[in-house]
Ligand binder design. Structure first.
Ligand SMILES: [Zn+2]
Length: 246
């Protein structure tokens, strides 16, 4: 059986606060590659400067990918939250996706990875069309969708390190639960994301559990039971077969 391939994906990144920086340093120390889902319209100059400094030091250690535009919520009462999806025209979605990508490119140049991660994990056919039109090469999202004729590579995230309350607030899990969920995924060979939100880690105990889980990932990786990649690695692999992902 082929080795399962995972990518770590931390969403809602737009500030290098103490929590983000602590985890970033931890990942560097453990040689753990992470995809940061950055919200383009929320970035401020100090964040851009700090991320560029991190890139200068460790250019291949992490990805900067596009997590929506401003993480707005356009949902109507009683429906699921979304920034991109039903209720928004193709034109509106395409404009936001393009604006977000331009901001990332302007800030990070070649360090920006052309991958789209829709906030709230929602989208519709117009979103997919707009992702293609913007020239983004990867779409990473939970649910599958009709993608016939689309050029981007589809990379799902079907493992979350946190649960969510009904109102969408993330809830941290202990390392045992996270590992049990990951192990349940191991027999399937495909490229899939391990999603998390650094800001969901609120207490020392939750941080210890998260680090325990990340350390367990390094053990599995070093034993060659799993592979950990970045989205940029996937784009670099010319012979990459996306038959399972597509
Ligand atoms: Zn988000």
């Amino acid at each position: 059986m082929a080795t399962p391939v995972f990518f770590l994906r931390d969403d809602d990144v737009f500030a290098c606060d103490a929590l983000f920086t602590e985890l970033h340093r931890f990942f560097i120390k453990r040689d753990l590659s992470v995809v940061y889902g950055v919200i383009p319209a929320k970035m401020k100059k100090p964040f851009i400067t700090q991320m560029l400094a991190f890139k200068k030091k460790h250019p291949y250690a992490f990805d900067i990918a596009q997590h929506g535009f401003c993480h707005a919520d356009h949902h109507r009462r009683g429906k699921d939250k979304y920034e991109f999806g039903p209720g928004r025209s193709y034109r509106a979605q395409a404009a936001d996706i393009q604006k977000g990508w331009s901001l990332l490119e302007k800030a990070f140049g070649a360090h920006a990875v052309p991958a789209f991660l829709p906030p709230y994990d929602l989208f519709d056919q117009n979103t997919l069309k707009a992702v293609d039109a913007a020239g983004l090469k990867i779409m990473s999202c939970g649910a599958p969708a009709r993608r016939a004729g689309k050029k981007f590579v589809w990379l799902p995230v079907d493992f979350m390190m946190n649960d969510f309350k009904a109102d969408g607030t993330p809830v941290a899990l202990d390392a045992k639960t996270m590992l049990a969920r990951l192990t349940a995924r191991l027999p399937r060979a495909s490229v899939t994301g391990i999603g998390f939100h650094h800001y969901a880690i609120r207490t020392k105990k939750e941080m210890a559990e998260a680090k325990k889980f990340f350390n367990a990932l390094t053990v599995l990786r070093d034993r060659k039971e799993i592979k950990l990649v970045l989205l940029s690695d996937i784009l670099r692999m010319k012979a990459f077969s996306c038959s399972r992902a597509n």
